[in-house]
Design a protein around this ligand. Structure first.
Ligand SMILES: *Cc1c(COP(=O)(O)O)cnc(C)c1O
Length: 402
């Protein structure tokens, strides 16, 4: 490989020998095309006319009033498919086309990335296979149906717990045997080099736009930029626009689940230890024997035991801070934003907003905060309803005990 794909000590490509040629070919193609005039122009057209970029930067005045400082939402929820995932899907599918590949594969957990891949597979007329754990297939039947409507094949993965990490393992295995005509469209800024660099590049439109929009609308840079962190793609795309602006605080918010002390969460940066998963060195939720732990969160899209390597480096260097938001606060904030602004945020994105709600009274009224609204919450209405039932009955039990 030409580059080592390291962010400090993190990242790299810890993969079986047989996968190296595939990653080398991908690295070579990415660096050849990503600044190529024709490629850039074609992707810009797709971003504008297919995905709906640029997404607005919206001053959420009533939400701002509630928290006591100004909050601007980067509306990735308004894009085609309802989330930022389409940015990466279009970028990598176009790269596949330029490489002469005719087939796409992808992994998916909650189904959001699988759906984005199925959509671009249809758009580019490419045969598409989505690897998905059997547990997730059962939990996410609506997305499974949508993928099939787009013409994709959903490949059930039986191994392990039948969730995202098992789907990634199988997709990597399949790719090894089919690399000649198949492009692996990876879903987050994680995995082996060059994926963290590729995904960051295709998501950096979020931060580049938000920075300029903030200058145009507010007249200065924000004090604070916040995004939720699963694998880390929407956050790194947002942070990319502001990394060089040393006055801008960057905060990533992980899934605190039932609370870090309960062990039922998905906060790799806040509570993980350095290890290797899916070909990269990163903070990882593992037991004392190095076994990857099961994660838990109300938002399926943040349920990943590891995190992208660049975030690990940003944490160690102190350029970005990482915190966790717990499920109960996320539920409250979901309802709060909906009531105050008429916007249903994805439960993933709501983690970033829950952090802002917790800053109430701690930041001066002149503070300007930009939060990435990575997706829309229509998909989560049923989950919120069920969780509310559970939370109410849990509270009820406590009361009865007294
Ligand atoms: C998938 C998803 C995420 C988490 O993935 P990242 O790679 O961390 O961005 C966050 N928000 C939404 C809406 C998603 O669909």
């Amino acid at each position: 490989m030409k580059y080592d794909g390291r962010f400090g000590e993190y990242g790299g490509y810890y993969v079986p020998e047989v996968l190296i040629p595939a990653l080398e070919e991908l690295e070579e193609a990415f660096y050849r095309f990503h600044q190529d005039k024709g490629f850039v122009a074609e992707l810009a057209q797709l971003y504008q006319y297919y995905a709906g970029r640029p997404s607005p930067l919206y001053h959420a005045k009533r939400f701002s009033e509630h928290v006591g400082f100004s909050v601007y939402l980067k509306r990735e929820d308004l894009l085609h498919g309802g989330a930022h995932k389409i940015n990466n899907g279009l970028g990598q599918a176009l790269l596949a086309k330029y490489m002469g590949k005719t087939k796409l594969i992808a992994e998916t957990g909650a189904g959001q990335h699988g759906l984005a891949t199925a959509m671009v597979g249809a758009l580019f007329g490419m045969e598409t296979k989505i690897f998905m754990g059997v547990t997730d297939i059962e939990r996410q039947s609506v997305n499974v149906h949508k993928m099939k409507l787009c013409g994709a094949e959903v490949v059930p993965v039986e191994g392990g717990t039948g969730t995202l990490k098992d789907a990634i393992n199988d997709a990597l295995r399949y790719w090894t045997a089919n690399v000649t005509d198949t492009f692996y469209l990876f879903g987050s800024a994680a995995g082996p080099h060059p994926y963290p660099t590729i995904v960051r590049h295709f998501q950096s439109c979020i931060g580049i736009e938000a920075r300029q929009q903030c200058l145009d609308q507010v007249g200065r840079l924000p004090d604070l930029v916040v995004a939720c962190v699963g694998g880390g793609s929407n956050a790194i795309g947002m942070f990319a626009g502001f990394l060089a602006d040393k006055t801008v605080r960057l905060v990533g918010v992980e899934a605190g689940g039932r609370g870090l002390a309960t062990g039922k969460h998905a906060a790799s940066l806040s509570a993980g230890k350095v290890g290797i998963l899916h070909g990269a060195k990163a903070y990882l939720l593992q037991d004392e024997n190095g076994q990857v732990l099961d994660t838990e969160s109300i938002s399926a899209g943040l349920d990943y035991a590891a995190v992208g390597p660049e975030h690990c480096h940003l944490k160690d260097t102190g350029r970005a801070e990482y915190v966790a938001a717990v499920d109960d606060d996320v539920l409250d904030t979901f309802e709060l934003l909906t009531k105050l602004e008429g916007i249903l945020p994805a439960l993933e994105s709501t983690h970033a907003l829950a952090y802002l709600v917790n800053q109430k009274g701690k930041l001066t009224p002149g503070t300007i905060a930009v939060a990435n609204l990575s997706g829309r919450g229509d998909k989560d209405v049923g989950i919120v309803e069920r969780a509310r039932g559970e939370v109410e009955s849990r509270k009820g039990k406590v009361k009865r005990k007294k």
